[in-house]
Design a protein around this ligand. Structure first.
Ligand code: SAM
Length: 391
């Protein structure tokens, strides 16, 4: 593990303690990595797995997240823009910086806040459902350094769109501003709901690029938060599988298709399965953008897919499993076993649920190694990769 030591007082974000975002920031990064490795060793020992545990992969410690959602509120009679305060529950703290998102955070947040204050807009109270300003979302691609900004409001006032675009375009930024949206939502939900998307200026998408692939990311697209980590994970999967061009690959929980698209160049055919139809649309668009023809995508629950269409995929060379944090289910694992894949690649952002699933695969499959990836520095989260071979 090669991590440059740093002085913690210099490195701590001014919001540490108030912001719930990165609660490990006061722990030297070297220690964070050691603890994550130890957690994987503990899970492996508890599960009775004796395969090697490889050193944790780590990337940029700061400014790694590619998306943030900030909330408007009021504190001491003043409009604020930031995140939920841990110190003063029920209030929003006024964000000045975010060390895990972007060096441009201060400029974009301050510009948005000052613009909204100058217009006298009200903030939306989620309990009374009164008020105009709800959220401000920002996406920054990490390889191409492009920014997409979106203000989310109710219909309870009128946004000065020309003024907002002029204010945001006047910012001096390290990344390139590509796109400005107005999202209108009167939903009762306390999350960003894309009821109406209005492109105020610039491109419909920002474009991320890695491992020779391009990905168009829209204002409501799902994309993994740490692209350099993702790029390294996919390269590791590629080098472990060493595909020859004859393999059939099933990419379960495929999201926007990025693992399957990367492996397709060395496989015979890849099928991606994902629950959310809009995400599958993005996966298809990514295949087209990259001119990849030996891949197809299905919008379906992964277990249902295996149960209803599994016969066609029986004996598939590689099954990739990359589920959400909650993991899969015993029924899914049984359906996966029924199609008798030769190799299972299981990568997860929640090793606890991953190891629970591995216990259910244990009779038929053995892991060759465990390899953690620190996709989420300064938080307790990590990604963990294992490749399983039939016993
Ligand atoms: C961790 S993400 C994986 C994304 C993708 N493999 C990648 O690397 O970008 C998990 C994905 O599983 C999808 N998902 C959740 N439940 C599902 C289910 N029951 N069946 C299929 N896909 C599901 C989510 O919508 C999400 O896109």
């Amino acid at each position: 593990m090669d991590v440059t030591s740093f002085s913690m007082s210099e490195q701590l974000c001014q919001h540490f303690g108030d912001c719930g975002g990165c609660s490990f920031q006061d722990k030297p990064y070297r220690e964070q990595l050691a603890e994550k490795e130890a957690a994987i060793r503990g899970l492996a020992a508890a599960g009775g797995f004796s395969c090697p545990i490889r050193p944790i992969n780590h990337f940029h410690e700061w400014y790694y997240r590619n998306k943030m959602e900030f909330t408007f509120g009021e504190t001491d009679g003043e409009l604020v823009l930031g995140m939920n305060s841990k110190a003063r529950r029920g209030t929003i703290f006024n964000m000045q910086e975010c060390r895990i998102f972007s060096p441009d955070t201060h400029t974009i947040i301050d510009t948005m806040r000052l613009f909204c204050r100058s217009k006298g807009y009200s903030w939306h109270n989620k309990y009374t459902h009164k008020g105009f300003l709800r959220f401000f979302t920002a996406r920054e691609t990490k390889f191409t350094k492009q920014l997409m900004l979106a203000i989310v409001t109710t219909t309870q006032s009128e946004l000065d769109t020309e003024g907002l675009v002029a204010a945001l375009r006047g910012m001096k930024l390290e990344s390139e501003l590509k796109s400005i949206y107005h999202i209108v939502s009167d939903s009762w939900s306390d999350a960003v709901v894309f009821e109406k998307k209005i492109l105020l200026w610039g491109s419909e998408f920002v474009c991320e690029e890695f491992n020779g692939l391009r990905f168009n990311i829209g204002v409501d697209s799902f994309f993994q938060v740490n692209p350099p980590g993702q790029a390294a994970l996919y390269k590791k999967i590629e080098s472990e599988l060493n595909l020859t061009g004859n393999e059939r690959v099933l990419d379960l929980f495929c999201g926007v298709g990025s693992i399957g698209l990367f492996l397709a160049k060395a496989a015979k055919f890849v099928w991606g399965v994902e629950l959310v139809p809009a995400i599958i649309d993005a996966a298809k668009a990514n295949a087209e953008l990259n001119g990849i023809k030996n891949i197809s995508f299905v919008a379906e629950d992964a277990r249902k897919f295996l149960n209803t269409q599994g016969d066609f995929y029986r004996g598939v060379d590689v099954a990739i499993v990359n589920p959400p944090r909650c993991g899969t289910s015993p029924k899914f694992i049984r359906a996966l076993l029924r199609i008798t894949p030769k190799i299972i690649v299981y990568s997860s952002c929640n090793p606890v649920t991953q190891f629970a699933d591995l216990a259910l695969l244990k009779e038929e499959f053995e892991p060759l190694f465990f390899e953690p990836f620190d996709f989420f520095p300064h938080t307790r989260h990590m990604e963990c990769l294992t490749i399983l071979k039939r016993k």
